[in-house]
Design a protein. Structure first.
Length: 141
């Protein structure tokens, strides 16, 4: 059993050595690959978190609460166009999910962006700049 662990540890150490050498030889490509992997990891988190929150909020009366704000003109049929248009009623019954779905979407995006900001800042770019200034520009972007 112990020899299997040793073999596994040597394999991991070998992979780390390969990565370190590659990173030294191709720093920009390595940085892009780390950025890419972290971004995809956060996307997977969103794919898991969104249905979970949708289910949780879907069992509340928030589903039947209309959430239509920021009217921005009209559709071709004359009906109002909203930037955030979550009509009352569950999605499975033809509704827009109401306030429940809006919250599920926004909370998922918020959590993902906060994790992505810190992961990219600290792991990919190894930044030591002012965190508040960086966060401000991240929100703006």
């Amino acid at each position: 059993m112990a020899s299997g662990k040793i073999k596994q540890n040597k394999m991991v150490a070998g992979m780390i050595d390969i990565w370190v050498k590659y990173k030294e030889k191709h720093p920009n490509i390595a940085q892009f690959l780390v950025f890419f992997m972290l971004s995809n990891g956060v996307t997977v988190l969103q794919f898991v978190l969104m249905p979970l929150l949708k289910n949780i909020f879907g069992q509340t009366p928030l589903v039947d609460t209309n959430f239509q704000i920021m009217q921005f003109g009209h559709n071709f049929d004359g009906s109002p166009y909203y930037v955030f248009d979550y009509a009352a009623g569950s999605l499975s019954n033809g509704g827009g999910g109401g306030l429940a779905y809006f919250l599920a979407v926004q909370i998922t995006i918020g959590i993902a962006q906060v994790i992505n900001f810190f992961a990219q800042r600290n792991i990919t770019f190894k930044s030591n700049s002012n965190i508040w200034k960086a966060a401000f520009w991240y929100v703006v972007a």
